[in-house]
Design a protein around this ligand. Structure first.
Ligand code: CUA
Length: 351
């Protein structure tokens, strides 16, 4: 006879283990620990609608889970009273009772799924009805593994091209025109909206709007190869005034070198392989297969959100990008120390 209680070898989970498990669940359940990137901290109307839908699904699922676990525990632990005999052959009345329960549970499941469907459709409708006047259009093209960002304008000289960082004015609707230059990627800024796929040859649209200033992190949400996890970007939401200032800065050509060190750096950039892939407007570098670096120093990150934009990280990235992001198209650059020093000085001046 087996004594009641815990089976031998089975120990109660320790407090630290339970805490670790809880933290892991919290991280899985919507990245709530990262305040820059959380679907539960909406920064605009689209994300707020989706947050409502999320909480609706959460509470319904929580109630269903609690009821299911309660039923399981009851079935497992309730003790037969002494006069009850085990049911070996179901009688007509027990058959009827279990049929009633089955019908009730099926009915409740259908009702819950219908409620999900209706709330989902209503959310979709109110998302479609949001204000879209005076929208800003930004074309985002995904590449392995970075984002080309182009601010559209009917006047060609007003078009701005940058990479891995979007600036948007607070309170203004923004249309993201999403496409891809190679494989399928997905544009996702959890604090601003749901994800939208970037498909080669297609232009998908996504409306976002930030109602409070801040930096919202986004990332690729569709597995796209080796460095999918290092394909991030940031959306900087700022006042219209700050945005206009940023935009005017981005329209300008690169700042020409002001001293001999930076002039040497530009010569290194133009003379080595850098210029074959990257563009710096106002210089001989006119490559179009890698991020535009005209205003590199104004950006917050390097290598699509992989590194903070500091001198040390930039040096590491130029010299040995493969150890930071294995498989990236950026090759290692074998530069003499004085060439690297000059190149860094030049790139740091590209505000
Ligand atoms: Cu691009 Cu995943």
């Amino acid at each position: 006879m087996i004594a009641p209680g815990r089976a031998p070898g089975v120990r109660r989970a320790s407090a630290p283990a339970a805490l670790a498990m809880l933290l892991m669940l919290a991280a899985l359940g919507g990245c709530t620990l990262n305040r820059q990137q959380s679907a539960l901290e909406p920064g605009g109307p689209q994300a707020a609608q989706l947050e409502g839908l999320w909480w609706f699904a959460f509470w319904i699922s929580a109630v269903v889970w609690v009821l299911t676990v309660a039923a399981l525990l009851y079935a497992t632990f309730h003790k037969r009273r002494p006069h009850e005999v085990p049911i070996l052959e179901p009688t007509l009345s027990t058959e009827r009772r279990s049929l009633r329960w089955t019908v009730a549970a099926t009915g409740a499941t259908i009702a819950i799924l219908l409620a999900f469907l209706v709330v989902d459709l209503l959310t979709g409708r109110s998302l479609a009805a949001l204000e879209r006047r005076e929208a800003l259009t930004i074309r985002v093209t995904g590449y392995q593994w970075w984002w080309r960002v182009e601010y559209r304008d009917t006047v060609p000289s007003r078009v701005v091209v940058t990479a891995n960082e979007l600036h948007v004015p607070v309170g203004r609707p923004v249309m993201i025109e999403a496409t891809s230059g190679d494989v399928i990627h997905s544009f996702w800024v959890p604090s601003l909206h749901g994800k939208r796929d970037l498909v080669p040859g297609l232009r998908n649209r996504l409306w976002i709007q930030a109602d409070r200033p801040g930096i919202y992190r986004g990332e690729c949400a569709e597995f796209c190869g080796h460095q999918h996890a290092k394909m991030a970007f940031v959306v900087v939401a700022e006042s219209q005034e700050q945005f206009d200032r940023w935009y005017a800065g981005q329209l300008r050509e690169a700042t020409p070198p002001t001293d001999s060190l930076r002039a040497r750096g530009l010569a290194v950039f133009e003379g080595k392989s850098c210029a074959m892939c990257h563009q710096i407007r106002g210089t001989l570098a006119g490559g179009h297969v890698a991020p535009d670096l005209t205003h590199l120093a104004s950006r917050r990150t390097l290598a699509a959100g992989s590194l903070p934009n500091t001198r040390g990280h930039l040096a590491g990235w130029i010299v040995d990008p493969q150890s930071i992001k294995p498989g990236t198209r950026m090759p290692a650059n074998n530069l003499e120390p004085d060439e690297l020093h000059a190149l860094l000085a030049y790139l740091e001046g590209l505000k």
